[in-house]
Write a protein that binds this ligand. Sequence first.
Ligand code: NAD
Length: 454
Amino acid sequence: MKQYIDAQKAFFLTQTTKDVSFRINELNRLAKLLKDNEEVLNKAILDDFKKSAFENYLTELAFVQHDIKEAKRNLHRWARRQKVKTNVANFPAKSYIIPEPLGTVLVIGAWNYPYQLSISPAVAAIAAGNTVIIKPSEMPSETARVMAELINNAFDPKILKVIEGGVKETTELLKQDFDKIFFTGSTTVGKIVYKAAAEKLIPVTLELGGKSPAIITKDANLKMAAKRLIWAKFLNSGQTCIAPDYILIHKSKEQEFLKYAVAEIEKAKYAFDNDNYVQIINEKNFDRLAAMLDTSKTHYGGETNRAERYIAPTLLTAISWEHPSMQEEIFGPILPVLTFSEIDEVFTNVRKFDKPLSLYVFTSSSKTKNRVLNELSFGGGAVNEAVMHVSNPHLPFGGVGTSGIGSYHGKAGFDCFTHYKSIIDKPTWIELPIKFSPYSKTKLTWLRRLFKLQ
Ligand code: NAD
């Protein structure tokens, strides 16, 4: 792996990646590769966890293609030097900022959206003029293999290279001298990555997880809330970092909401032998999730099939904050529904957890909406919607506190892999003598006048 990193570093120094048309060319290569091989990519993800071509297109391939399109459309503008004002103290001079690629970067992907989470950060890194090593998650083995095969055959490894592997290989990669590490995954592994990067002062973006609540107030449109939340939760069988993890609903509306939620689940026809539902990624996660199931608390669902790694969409009710499903990020098709009487309880209880990656509030009261948005800290989220904020490239995507450091998507992705180099550019025809020694009282008086400070 060192040989690939050294080759990328040497290539970066040739300055080739500074050329915006070079970057656009590489992005076109990637877009074409993904389009031409859609069937191969569909087959791999179907083999790994029975994700259908429809879901693969909606949540992975279209997502990446959209990122590429957005970067290409804006790249000339993003990569341009930006003129800024010059202050009086520097007169006469020009001031500007040069967006500079960081160099050779490492992207470590998570398994739940294996294509999107490995390739989208790489799109941003290439757009910003970096060379990139991708280390996809090893858990969906077919998608990792196919990504490596396709990308490594189509790209010069000096520009983009996929290195496959698990903990051992990632540990080795983390010892190398990258100019940036972009990690998507769990908070636990995020800490390992952060520590390794700190040893070498390598900047990081950490896209992590957490328990993302969905709050439903008594004045909410319950039917719409159920429709949107059920889709957002059971997409990818709940294996989505921004899936609504649990629901907090006003107790007077719980029964009505549950009626709509059950109707939505039934309408969606989720089953392990059709295209509407994906498998749990592996037995380890199946067992972890099955341990959260609790027949005495199951309002709907609860059926499992270990051989098929299937857990039916499940609603849990009448559970306490101490219930196993409330002790960690669920990351599966189990949705606990908890209730509150006063809105203040929501604030107290959400704050008992680490700052979530996402938060959703369903309400028709702008007072409640604004209180939730202003007073609770979370990565990002939505009002009367769930999950969809991730699909707007104009919204930087990332966590806060233990749910992550930094953000990406659209311009934020470009920024994430760019150093903004600030320059004062001075002519030589004049130099004001005031800052030079020997200092004097007169000079100090002039300095004070110039700065106009207190
Ligand atoms: P994970 O942390 O287990 O693995 C992520 C990556 O780290 C993989 O590539 C894996 O090979 C590597 N890795 C695992 N253990 C390692 C170790 N000890 N040392 C070095 N590298 C190691 O995460 P996961 O199971 O793939 O993903 C699930 C988690 O990721 C959830 O918490 C979820 O919320 C979060 N997630 C966050 C986002 C986001 O955008 N914020 C997106 C998807 C998933």
